[in-house]
Write a protein that binds this ligand. Structure first.
Ligand code: F6P
Length: 551
């Protein structure tokens, strides 16, 4: 296999094919093929993925799948599922599915079956969360826990936060999860303001247990607790940790019995399925957490076994490659028509952009002649319609979109949900069909404007359409369905990494800023003289040192 995708025959074929597709309108594709929606929609139980509003023909899909084969995708899928060390720069496996392997097939990492240790941690999580939820794990003063505060950042925050928000209808009454990630003291301060220390449990979640933000928040939370409850002994009842770094956790002062383990082969951004999901399990219970795992397992099984042509993450990924690599699309919008999924885009930003935001290929060569991971962004509909949809409809950029919604709401209030769904369907249709000049003219004329005014306004009222979207519908947002959806996105990222020749499991690009911040911290406090910086950075350091101009 050549290492640059641009050397593949299918890449060249797709480049030529894209030129012939540039002026083909989705309106025409639908008009010419009454079966299009049926042929390009796929189901996995209650989940429906409608890929028909994409600028593709059978020839496009065949060429995309040919590229997937030339990039050896089926073998890469197997490598991932069998625990090979595909994270080549860190010498590790990258196998999120091992955490949700609900049929207990043995999975070997470095020759050792990891299933028993994964199951043991799940059992420990069950025991602990059952006790917290039943009011049996009490705080220092003997009161039941009412609030669980997760202190973590990145993958140790975004996944559990997003899932907790999404599954709020499943929370146990009287037990509220909170998430503090930012080292900005306002985040911790605002969260603690409303909490009773006697009934608050802190989960310090950090794979490395060396992340500055998390440790700073954890130290401040511990001081708050000790001060409020008047004893160091309170820490044992109110602090637990989730980490791979036992020594650092011990040094921090958390009882080793209160540590929930995970492993270096679990990437931070793929870790919500591990003990990093502890706040989720506290909030929704271990049975529901295991449903979440089951949902992901369902998508894993589909991803591993379905033919590429019917494989949901593969189709989704290859369509993303189509727009990024052959149409110059630089971003991908994720638009949940479900308020409870409001953190889905943030979670996906890390999952996708930390995985595939890379310019060096797995083999060490620099990416040349193509772009890699898209900028992922989004907000829930219908709110987003009133902010950035203008750009989606009439901007100069092509932005492929995902629109997602449950058919049934957990909050059935009047006709809210029907209105929400009407908007989703309307937006996907509007993006696709647009409004032609004739249609716009007819509308303006019907409104009674004179001919001159009609001509003046006309160009502003035309929508070119042909803007691609995937519609994803499911019965309701329950733990199992959410698990499948998230696994869909994880695998989609993996597939794109394979096509672009990337190692999707490392994240060296986040290091430099961390190193520089460590160096700058003593300079800001005056403990060290600023040195070795450019003039802008030095001036900023001096300005911060000097403090506010108005006292
Ligand atoms: O800085 C990026 C990162 O390493 C992410 O990959 C990770 O999810 C996050 O920091 C938090 O890391 P940890 O769980 O080790 O505190």
């Amino acid at each position: 296999m050549s290492t640059s995708p641009t050397d593949e025959e299918a890449w060249r074929a797709l480049t030529a094919h894209a030129a012939t597709m540039r002026d083909v309108h989705l309106r025409t594709l639908f008009a010419d093929d009454p079966e299009r929606a049926r042929r390009l929609s796929f189901r996995l139980d209650d989940l429906l993925f409608d890929f028909s509003k994409h600028r593709v023909t059978d020839e496009t899909m065949e060429a995309l799948m040919a590229l997937a084969r030339q990039r050896d995708l089926p073998a890469w899928i197997e490598r991932m599922f069998t625990g090979e060390n595909i994270n080549v720069t860190e010498g590790r496996a990258g196998l999120p599915d091992a955490l949700r392997n609900r049929d207990n097939r043995p999975i070997r990492v470095d020759g050792k079956n990891v299933v028993p240790v994964v199951s043991a941690v799940l059992a420990k999580m069950r025991k602990f969360t059952d006790r917290v939820r039943a009011g049996e794990h009490t705080g220092h003063t003997g009161e039941a826990i009412t609030d669980v505060v997760n202190l973590g950042i990145g993958g140790s925050d975004l996944g559990p936060l997003m899932v907790c928000e999404a599954l709020e209808p499943y929370w146990k009454e009287g037990l509220t999860p909170h998430f503090v990630s930012n080292v900005d003291g306002a985040h911790l301060g605002r969260t603690l303001k409303g909490l009773n220390p006697a009934t608050t449990l802190f989960i310090v979640a950090s794979k490395s247990f060396s992340t500055e933000e998390t440790l700073t928040n954890a130290r401040s939370a511990r001081s708050w607790l000790v001060e409020k409850l008047g004893s160091d002994k309170a820490v044992a009842k109110h602090f637990v940790a989730v980490s791979t770094n036992h020594d650092a956790v011990k040094e921090f002062g958390i009882d080793p019995a209160n540590v929930f383990e995970f492993w270096d082969w679990v990437g931070g951004r793929y870790s919500l399925w591990s003990a990093i999901g502890l706040p989720i399990a506290c909030a929704i219970g271990m049975d529901a957490f295991e449903e979440l795992l089951l949902g992901a397992h369902r998508m894993d099984a589909h991803f591993r076994s379905a033919p590429l042509e019917e494989n949901l993450p593969v189709i989704g990924a290859m369509l993303g490659v189509w727009y990024a690599s052959f149409f110059g699309a630089s971003s991908h919008a994720v638009l949940p028509y479900d308020q409870s999924l409001h953190r889905l885009p943030a979670w996906l930003q890390q999952a996708d952009m930390e995985s595939n935001g890379k310019r060096t290929r797995r083999d060490g060569d620099v990416v040349d002649g193509y772009v890699t991971g898209p900028i992922v962004w989004g907000e829930p509909g219908t709110n987003a319609q009133h902010s950035f949809f203008q750009l989606l409809h009439q901007g100069t950029r092509l932005v492929p979109c995902d629109l997602l919604a449950p058919l049934v709401s957990h909050y059935p209030t009047g006709d809210h949900h029907r209105k929400l769904l009407a908007n989703l369907v309307a937006q996907a249709e509007a993006l696709m069909i647009g409004r032609t000049e004739e249609e716009a003219r007819a509308e303006l004329e019907a409104s009674g404007l004179d001919a001159e005014e009609v001509e003046r306004l006309l160009p502003h009222k035309v929508f070119e359409g042909n803007r691609p979207s995937t519609t994803i519908l499911f019965d309701r947002l329950d733990p199992k369905t959410l698990g499948s959806l998230l696994a869909y996105y994880e695998h989609r990222v993996f597939v794109q990494g394979v096509i672009w020749g990337l190692n999707s499991f490392d994240q060296w690009g986040v290091e430099l800023g961390k190193v520089l911040a460590k160096r700058i911290l003593p300079e800001l406090s005056g403990a060290e003289e600023p040195s070795g910086h450019d003039t802008s950075t030095t001036a900023l350091i001096r300005l911060i040192q000097a403090g506010p101009r108005s006292e």
